[in-house]
Design a protein around this ligand. Structure first.
Ligand code: HEC
Ligand code: HEC
Length: 297
């Protein structure tokens, strides 16, 4: 039994190593290819814009910028994202489904997102709303913990913005809907106090979080084995003892998760069912479950 587990762990380790080398290799070769072609292409556009008559110049430059940005987004997506998300953004890139075994022996399937569905998890807007540009920018900058989605810190701001623009081309929702109002997470000073943790624990029980996340927050509640996400894949509730949150681990991020919900994942929004103070008390309790002593008073 033990040996088997060790073997399968080794097996998973080999697969991941092979995948990472494959990714690095394709990134390197794509970068080489880009170096030889990119400068020429951008030179032509700049000269075109410069020779346009004065009045039309601003407009032409604007269009040229847009075109250049679209081309840059496409190129970067090809180099850094296609391996997982696929060339047409449907989440079926060559990396395929990544399997990870948890300490408990439970195997998680990690599916790169189908970006054509127009459903996004990590937003600062109400449930059902499209993410704002800055939400997508943040995801592309920070990456997603536990999902192997890498961060983009080596890219310039313009490059990351070009990726945001390109990602939005995969779903027609972006052209058709107006952006929603942003939710602002302003943490009250009492978050993390003993009183707030106690109140939060009562809310955690009352709102039936344990159905999915379990009484101790280890992700093993009675419903935890039956959740299927909007993309048809089995998904497990977060285990609060495993550290990093996908959205990021600050109290504000946790508050945003309760407020916006993680659309598509089964994790609901509590914006309508809990008052703002109640959501902050819940943050205090989850910080306790996660043992984030730096935030507890
Ligand atoms: C190693 C695989 C991998 C690579 C490379 C990768 N992603 Fe992802 N990405 C994922 C996975 C897995 C998810 C789904 C995470 C989840 O739902 O838990 C995801 C989700 C996303 C999301 C949805 C976030 C949300 O709020 O729901 C966006 C947008 C995204 N990726 C963009 C990109 C872009 C742009 C790139 C290239 C710069 C990229 N990804 C590279 C694996 C990857
Ligand atoms: C119907 C099941 C269900 C209920 C009820 C539920 N959750 Fe979740 N929750 C999930 C799932 C599934 C995920 C994992 C989402 C993912 O990995 O994309 C999750 C993720 C989370 C996360 C982690 C977000 C991140 O960034 O990684 C937190 C925090 C959380 N839930 C807190 C709560 C709290 C507190 C409650 C009660 C107010 C609650 N959940 C109720 C299913 C549920």
């Amino acid at each position: 039994m033990l040996v088997n587990k060790k073997r399968s762990l080794q097996y998973i380790f080999y697969i991941i190593t092979a995948l990472i080398s494959l990714m690095l290799f394709s990134l390197a070769s794509a970068e080489d290819a880009a170096k030889t072609t990119a400068p020429d292409a951008s030179k032509t556009t700049v000269t075109d814009a410069a020779s346009a008559p004065d009045a039309a110049k601003a407009v032409v430059q604007d269009d040229t910028n847009k075109e250049a940005q679209a081309a840059l987004g496409k190129k970067l997506f090809g180099e850094r994202c296609v391996v997982c998300h696929g060339a047409n953004g449907n989440g079926k890139g060559p990396a395929g489904v990544i399997k990870v075994m948890e300490k408990s022996g439970r195997v998680l399937d990690i599916h790169p997102r189908d970006l054509t569905s127009g459903t996004f998890k990590f937003r600062t807007v109400s449930t059902g709303c499209l993410p704002l540009d800055e939400d997508l920018l943040r995801i592309i900058t920070d990456g997603i913990a536990k999902s192997f989605m890498p961060d983009g810190k080596m890219l310039t701001l313009d490059e990351r913005k070009a990726l945001v623009t390109y990602v939005k081309t995969f779903s027609s929702r972006f052209g058709a809907e107006d952006p929603c109002k942003q939710i602002v997470a302003k943490m009250p000073r009492w978050v993390g106090s003993k009183n707030s943790v106690t109140k939060g624990e009562a809310i955690y029980k009352r709102m039936k979080c344990p159905d999915c996340h379990g009484n101790e927050g280890t992700g093993n509640g009675p419903k935890s084995n039956e959740i299927v996400d909007d993309w048809g894949n089995k998904i497990y509730p977060f285990n609060f003892r495993t550290g990093n949150l996908k959205r990021g681990s600050t109290p504000e991020n946790v508050f945003l998760t309760f407020t916006s919900g993680l659309d598509g994942s089964g994790m609901p929004s509590y914006e309508d069912s809990l008052k703002e103070d109640e959501r902050w008390n819940l943050v205090s309790f989850t910080l306790k479950l996660m043992n984030k002593t730096e935030y507890l008073k």
